[in-house]
Design a protein around this ligand. Sequence first.
Ligand SMILES: Nc1ncnc2c1ncn2[C@@H]1O[C@H](COP(=O)(O)OP(=O)(O)OP(=O)(O)O)[C@@H](O)[C@H]1O
Length: 301
Amino acid sequence: MTAVLTAHGVTKRFGDVTALDDVSFALAEHTIYGLLGRNGAGKTTLMQILTGQAFASSGNVSVFDAPPVENPAVLSKVCFVRESQRYPHVYTVRHVFHTARRLFANWDDTFAHGLAADFQLPAGRLVRRLSRGMLSALGVTVGLAARAPLTFFDEPYLGLDPAARQLFYDRLLADYAGHPRTVVLSTHLIDEVSDLVERVLLIDRGRLLLDEDADDLRGRAVAATGRAEAVDGFAAGRTELHRERLSGLVRSTILDGLGPHAKALAQTLNVELEPLSLQQLVVRLTVPPTTTAPADREAAR
Ligand SMILES: Nc1ncnc2c1ncn2[C@@H]1O[C@H](COP(=O)(O)OP(=O)(O)OP(=O)(O)O)[C@@H](O)[C@H]1O
């Protein structure tokens, strides 16, 4: 794999809060990542450090083989789109595009104006007069048209309605096909991006819980439903993440439960198997179990 970014042992402390705890991973070129995790998990803090906007308390980051902090050569290849982006008071949408053209070597003005039209973004309007959704559309437009080799989207599309979000996903995929780059999407809308992302980084309370191929994860866990003894028989020796009772039946969430052997066993035991979506899996891995079922998060690594 050709890495565009590597992070080694990145830890970030804010007083007694450890926002990131010994996080290490690499981002490959030409890959779309989903950066997932619950509120306060550390996603924004991580992206700020990776884009040179904040210092790690310890550990190091290399972006295109150099430290990103105050490094214009590196930062010209990196685009960080976030909802809290501030613009000068007098800026219109057109001004933002002008500035982006100077900042990003691969900026495509025609693409930007095409996206603005798609999102019904008035080019002459002051940014401070845009609606929340329009501001999100502006962020997304800049992130796409910049065509930066490394682009981070920190939930910039939260203000977008479902149709506009779909437009963003469609445009991203279409443009990515012609102009492959590394994209990191931080989002809580996991089901929506589940088919888009190729690899998943899951952060839980500052620690990197998963760094895996999205396809592998999609088939990784199952919900097994049946009578308690049957489910016990199926779950024996497997990693059970969660268990609940449903009117006389037991439903157990199990990791690595979908192989041919498991399917045959489930059939014999009369246990019904249902694959978990990426979102369900992330919820199960990051929400503490409310029952006495054993939960082995380490096994998910
Ligand atoms: N400047 C700061 N000072 C103190 N604590 C901070 C600061 N920035 C972040 N934190 C804390 O660090 C932790 C991680 O925050 P971060 O914003 O990175 O989470 P997140 O995963 O992006 O959350 P969300 O999904 O809610 O946006 C939280 O506990 C947060 O309160």
